[in-house]
Every structure is written in C-alpha cells, then in structure tokens.
Ligand binder design. Structure first.
Ligand SMILES: *Cc1c(COP(=O)(O)O)cnc(C)c1O
Length: 474
C-alpha cells in the first residue's frame, strides 16, 4: 500500500498507550474505570484511528489527535466496554416465540420467586422432611405429572438435550425407527439424524417423505431395533397426498413387539389453542394419554417458561434416564428450575395461565385489543411534529415462531413509519441501533412494528427513537 507523506506524519502522531493512561489521570471519569478496561479501550482506539488514517489518502484532521479529542474518544470506548453485551430489545417483528430475541418472556410473579432463589440458599437438593440429600428434580416432577398425566418426569437444560439423553438411554447401539417425513431440522443445526448419531443410535428411516404407514414400521423391525421415534413436524407441514400413522397406532405396534415408543413434541403446550381461534397443536396431555414411553418438549417455546428440556413418561424409563451420567452434563440450573416451577404452577388454572404468561397472552390477544394498542402507538407517534414523518396503521400477520404452528398467520396490526429523506433501510438500522434496540420489519418500503409483541410501556421509547432519527444530521 502506498502511504502519502501526510498519512505518515499522522501515523507518527498517534498517541502511545502510556500517554493515554497519563492523560486519563487528569480526568475524574476514569477514576472508577478498571485499568484493564482502560488499556483495552485505548488500544482499540489507537487501532481504529490507525485504520482511519490508512484508509484515507487525505488523512484525518490533525486536531482529532489532540489530547482533548483523544481523551473524549477513549471515554466513549470505555463507556461502550462497560455496558453489557446482552441487552433488552423491543420486539416489533410480531414473531411471538422469537428464538433470536430470547423466545419466551417470563411472567412477573415467576421473576419474584426467581430472585429469591437466586439470592438465598434453597432446598435445591435437600429433602426438608428427611433432613438429608434430595433430588434436584423433585420440585417440578409432581406438578409435571399432575399436568401431563405422566407417571414420572424430569428436566434438563433444553429439549435438544432431552432428546439426546432419551435416545442414549433407551437405544444406544440399537436401531431407532423414524418416518422419512419426520427427519426434522430445527434452526441452529439441530437435526434428528445428527442427534441420533451423537447418541450412538442407528437411524432406520421408513416410509417416504409424504406417506408412512404402520406396515412400514412393522417391516423395519429387526433383532436390534431399540425404539420407535415420532417427531412432531413443528416447523413445517407436509400437505397434499399424505399419510401418517397416529401415535396410538405406533404405541400398539410397540406393545406387540416390546419396542418402546418416544415422541419429541418440540414445542409442548398444555393449552388447546383451537379454543382461541388458532389451529390445533397436539397438547402434552393428549400425547401422554396416547401411551408412549417418553414424551419430550421445550420449556421456552409455547409453554412460555425458561429454556429447559422436559421429559415425561413411564416411571421405569425415567428411572433409567435419571441414572444416566449424561443427565449430570445436561443438568438444569437452579434459576431455570425456579422459573419453570412457577410457570408450570400457572397451568393449574388454564384461563389464568393465558392471561399471565406473556407468550400465551400475546398469542391469544383479542383483535380489539390489538387495534386499541395500534391506535395508541399511532397517536403517540403522530404527536411528533414533523412534516417529513408519515405514520399509518397497517393490517399485517404475526407468526407464532419457535418452530410452532408454522402455517398459522395471526391477523394483527402494525404501525408503519416512513420518513421523507431517509431510506427505509437506514431507518431500520437507526431503530436497530437505538440504546434499546427496536427490531421491526420492512414491508412495501415501510418500517413496520407489529404491536402484538410490543408492550405498551415501550411506546415512549419508540417515540424517542424516531425523534432521534429526525434530529440526526443526515
Ligand atoms: C425446538 C425443537 C427441538 C429443540 O428444542 P430446544 O429446547 O430448542 O433445544 C427439538 N425437537 C423439535 C421437534 C423442536 O421443535
């Protein structure tokens, strides 16, 4: 690379780290800043300035390298380094169970108990009635059995872990029969065939993509067949000329040949969503009632709790699973356990659960309430007095997300923003880079926020963000 003389001079003027550290001593702001942060921020700043000089034949203004300017820029770097990387966002996408935005939000009272368990000692693995060591899972096992109808239950880190653990326990070194129509890939590289390989089982595919019959399963049975697995095709749907056997039929076949049956529900739910005008997802209770040995599902999809993998089913199988050393590796954390127990308790009253569990509340929000919310946000944003701004209410479709009810579009309302002189892409970027990032979507050259997934108390933040975009020097 050819460097001009000007660039060379500027590079020579770049401050050394020691010099910046000396400068920082003159400024009270840095008193409480850890030295490691200051050193890292200084190095980063010098590197940024070096790149700026090198990428610019004309160099940069000399005064940018003055002590005052350097000190100010280091301050900004330090501020950035001191703010957490994991921060809250506003979800204007309308995708309720948005895996990239944290899936489910916990109910308020769930958080109260979580806080107590986090900051106090607890009976996590202590049996208070006997005064001796107890089981980590006992706190949720009873309620899970009560709600699901299963004989026994346990929980692990997430559902992918639950599937791995169950396969490893029940069928390691044996063949596992799965329909070709159910070889699911969930986002984030969870593929049934890969999990199968990791668990030491041998996948035996049967049927075709669109049609699998009972006789396909029966023909596949060999001396070393260890398990029938059914996977809920949670994030896609096969439509048209299709055939699939019921879980009951597979359970009956399993009983005839003494082969256990497992069902991975993916996104489990205790709620019959068809009662709320949504399409039907098989409930956990119905699935357990069909009689498989094991059912697995997620804690943070339609259930609306913390990340967890839940296993319910026959006691004999669960006893074996609890003995598996993998269980320790996939162990659920006490904070998760606390949040999960409180969330599950809400399901004793299904009507109340739908009100207090945010995931359920957002999914079942009546259309009148959505319209009211949209009008409120629209009115607030129209309160910004700027002729460049166009605000409009738009009919849009929300998605459930989290690989659940893939074909379902929920009619919803969005508020669209157009600013004259700013491209929609630039607007989207500004909103995304807000101190509380606002994630929306772009449709028909408009930045749209679906109010289904936005809380009313977040509206003022949205307003401020748009005002900031308008006052920004473009
Ligand atoms: C989501 C899903 C999983 C993985 O669950 P996580 O809780 O995300 O680990 C496994 N199987 C199916 C069918 C799923 O939908």
């Amino acid at each position: 690379m050819n460097i001009t003389e000007k660039q060379q001079n500027l590079l020579r003027m770049l401050p050394g780290i020691d010099h910046i550290l000396e400068l920082a001593k003159t400024e009270p702001f840095f008193e409480e800043v850890p030295k490691s942060v200051l050193v890292r921020s200084s190095r980063l700043l010098v590197e940024i300035l070096r790149m700026e000089i090198l990428h610019n034949k004309e160099g940069i203004p000399e005064k940018k390298l003055s002590d005052v300017s350097i000190l100010e820029m280091v301050k900004q770097q330090v501020k950035e380094a001191m703010t957490p990387n994991l921060i809250r966002t506003i979800n204007g996408t309308g995708v309720v169970v948005h895996t990239n935005l944290g899936r489910s939000l916990l109910a308020e009272d769930v958080v109260e108990n979580l806080l107590t368990i986090a900051t106090r000692y607890s009976n996590l693995e202590f049996d208070l009635s006997k005064g001796m060591r107890g089981s980590r899972y006992s706190s949720v096992e009873d309620i899970l059995c009560e709600l699901s109808g299963g004989e026994a239950a346990m929980v692990v880190n997430n559902n992918a872990g639950a599937v791995l653990l169950c396969l490893e326990t029940m069928a390691k070194g044996k063949k596992v029969v799965v329909s070709r129509g159910e070889l699911v890939e969930i986002g984030g590289s969870f593929r049934i065939p890969d999990v199968m390989a990791k668990s030491g089982c041998v996948l035996k595919e049967v049927g075709t993509t669109n049609r699998t019959h009972l006789k396909d399963y029966e023909k596949a049975i060999e001396h070393d067949t260890g398990l029938f697995l059914k996977v809920h095709t949670s994030n896609y749907s096969i439509v048209g000329f299709t055939a699939n056997i019921s879980l009951e039929a597979l359970v009956a076949l399993g009983a005839k040949y003494q082969i256990p049956v497992m069902k991975d529900l993916g996104s489990g739910t205790f709620i019959d969503f068809s009662k709320y005008g949504l399409s039907k997802e098989p409930t956990i209770q119905e699935t357990v009632a069909a009689g498989p040995d094991i059912v697995t599902f997620s804690g943070d999809k339609l259930l609306g709790g913390p990340q967890a993998g839940i296993i319910v089913g026959k006691k004999a199988v669960l006893d074996e699973i609890k003995q598996n050393p993998l269980t320790r590796a996939l162990r659920i954390d006490k904070l998760t356990l606390a949040a999960l127990e409180s969330t599950l308790r809400h399901y004793r009253n299904l009507n109340k659960a739908v009100e207090v569990i945010p995931t359920l509340r957002m999914l079942t929000l009546p259309s009148d309430d959505i319209t009211t919310k949209a009008k409120k946000l629209e009115k607030m944003l129209k309160g910004i007095n700027d002729t460049r701004l166009t605000i409009q209410r738009i009919n849009i479709l929300s998605k459930v997300g989290g690989g659940a009810l893939p074909l379902l579009n929920l009619p919803s309302k969005g508020v669209g923003v157009i600013i004259k002189g700013i491209t929609t892409n630039a607007l989207e970027k500004h909103m995304r880079n807000n101190h509380i990032p606002i994630i929306g979507r772009i449709e028909e050259d408009t930045f749209i926020m679906d109010v289904r997934t936005v809380n009313d108390d977040e509206f003022p933040t949205i307003k401020k963000a748009i005002e900031k975009v308008l006052n920004y020097d473009h």
